[in-house]
Design a protein around this ligand. Structure first.
Ligand code: HEM
Length: 458
């Protein structure tokens, strides 16, 4: 970790040390850099418009200027698909669901699920978000030190289960939570094997736990889907999904895609949002005065109506804070594409098969795009502030593959945070360092223990 001068008294939360010179590619496969995507960057990576690397014979383009990012994600999006290597890594867990498919299959699936995530549909879910937040806090008794990362994960897992899978209890057990964490951690090991073209055989205890997690997830969700056959059951996300797939695909394919999408939405829908809530709580725990202001805003908003669809809209300060938190600690710090045909990204030639890595972590802290990029300043997101390029802030990606759950995630995170802040105070545990960790999603290493106390106790 590195201390940065605190100019203009803005708070600078911790971020990994940057080297002065370039970092060799092989470093990416050893030590902390192999476990955490945001480690081992040089300062140059936060200053250039574009750079290129060669990783085991693969060209990897890293566009950082928002115009170049827009070219890949929007203007020529049809030429940039999900990489085969990423699919190989993800298919055992999420199959050919929305996140890991391309072309007509992706388009068809996106059309099927889109209505569930339209603003009006998300609005109806606010009571479920509020209910899960309150249920979690009921177990906190009079406070003490709690791992708020685990609390956030249990809460968002419950939200996904309640809102998309009619509250199926098989999806919210402690075992389910442990298996999913293991499955995500197993991906960093598998990543090296996939890059080297090796078979996906677990090589370590972590890899084995990952494989067990993956199998648990697939078998549990297959059982959940099978129990809904033949007609899909209740008219919720899963029921609608099963019925729509049955209409468009033959039965075996429809069943496979239903399980793939159940796994996709279960995973993509809770881990990221849990990290967003966790980082926001971390930033608030470090800034008592700001926490008090957001808590007051939350109490007022909840007094008007604790579960009504407009609750997230009555939290402008908390929203700015969450947006800034998603800038500084994007839960998805990088995502990738692969070129179908030859193209140019700015001045650089792209060959068919080349990889393009989009790095919210680098773009969100880029020196040319932000004033004091590493400093926490929620007012960057205040109405009327300097116009931003829409591809310089990408916590939810961009273009046609923009996160389908973005509105769901924002409404959920705001509702959960408001309910918790209104009644609880969160303080850091002295002497404990918080550092980002994770290859696929970004979370605090070892969780986020915070000292919590009920607001009424003063
Ligand atoms: C703060 C929370 C979240 C963050 C930061 C996040 C981030 C992202 C990003 C960056 C992408 C684009 C990846 C790419 O282009 O390769 C994405 C896609 C996706 N997200 Fe999210 N997400 C969040 C919450 C959710 C939620 C709540 C759901 C569902 C309930 C969800 C479901 C998906 C799906 C299915 C895709 C694939 C969309 C497609 O390819 O058409 N996400 N997300």
């Amino acid at each position: 970790m590195m201390d940065v001068p605190n100019r203009n008294a803005l708070y600078v939360p911790p971020f990994p040390r940057r080297t002065a010179g370039p970092v060799p590619v092989w470093r990416g496969f050893f030590g902390e850099r192999a476990r955490t995507a945001v480690y081992g960057w040089s300062q140059r990576a936060f200053e250039l418009d574009y750079f290129k690397r060669n990783v085991f014979g693969h060209n990897v383009h890293i566009p950082l200027h928002p115009d170049l990012v827009q070219h890949v994600l929007l203007d020529n999006a049809a030429n940039y698909v999900k990489p085969d290597l990423v699919k190989k890594l993800l298919v055992p867990t999420i199959g050919r669901g929305l996140l890991s498919s391309d072309g007509p299959l992706w388009r068809e699936q996106r059309r099927i699920v889109a209505a569930n995530f339209a603003p009006a549909a998300v609005d109806t879910l606010v009571p479920a978000f509020a209910g899960a937040a309150s249920a979690a806090a009921e177990g906190w008794d009079r406070g003490g030190v709690r791992d708020m990362a685990a609390e956030a994960t249990a809460t968002t897992m419950r939200v996904i289960s309640d809102t998309l899978f009619a509250g199926d209890p098989r999806l919210t057990t402690d075992a389910a939570m442990a298996h999913i964490t293991a499955a995500l951690e197993g991906v960093s090991e598998a990543r090296l094997q996939v890059l080297l073209g090796l078979p996906l055989i677990p090589l370590s205890l972590r890899g084995l736990a990952g494989r067990r997690g993956q199998r648990f997830l697939r078998s549990t969700l297959t059982a959940v889907v099978r129990d809904r056959l033949p007609d899909g059951g209740p008219d919720d996300f899963l029921g609608k999904l099963i019925r729509a797939l049955n209409e468009r695909f033959e039965p075996r394919e429809a069943l496979a895609l239903a399980v793939d999408n159940a796994a996709t939405f279960y995973l993509a829908g809770h881990e990221t949002t849990a990290n967003a809530v966790t980082w926001a709580l971390f930033l608030l725990s470090e800034q008592a005065e700001l926490q008090e202001q957001t808590a007051q805003e939350a109490r007022k908003a909840i007094a008007v109506g604790s579960q009504d669809p407009e609750l997230p809209d009555r939290l402008p300060l908390l929203r700015r804070l969450l947006e800034e938190s998603l800038r500084l600690y994007p839960p998805v710090p990088r995502f990738d594409r692969q070129a179908v045909e030859a193209d140019r990204i700015g001045e650089s030639e792209v060959a068919p098969g080349d990889f393009i890595s989009i790095w919210p972590w680098l773009i969100h802290r880029h020196c040319k795009l932000w004033d004091e990029p590493d400093a926490f300043d929620p007012d960057r997101f205040a109405a009327g502030r300097v116009e931003r390029h829409r591809f310089q802030y990408l916590p939810f990606g961009g273009g046609p593959r923009l996160c389908v759950g973005a509105r769901f995630a924002m409404a959920e995170a705001l509702t959960v945070l408001a309910h918790w802040l209104a009644r609880w105070r969160f303080q850091p545990v002295p002497g404990r360092e918080v550092r980002p960790s994770g290859m696929v999603t970004l979370r605090p290493a070892g969780g986020l223990p915070l000292r919590i106390s009920p607001v009424s106790s003063g």
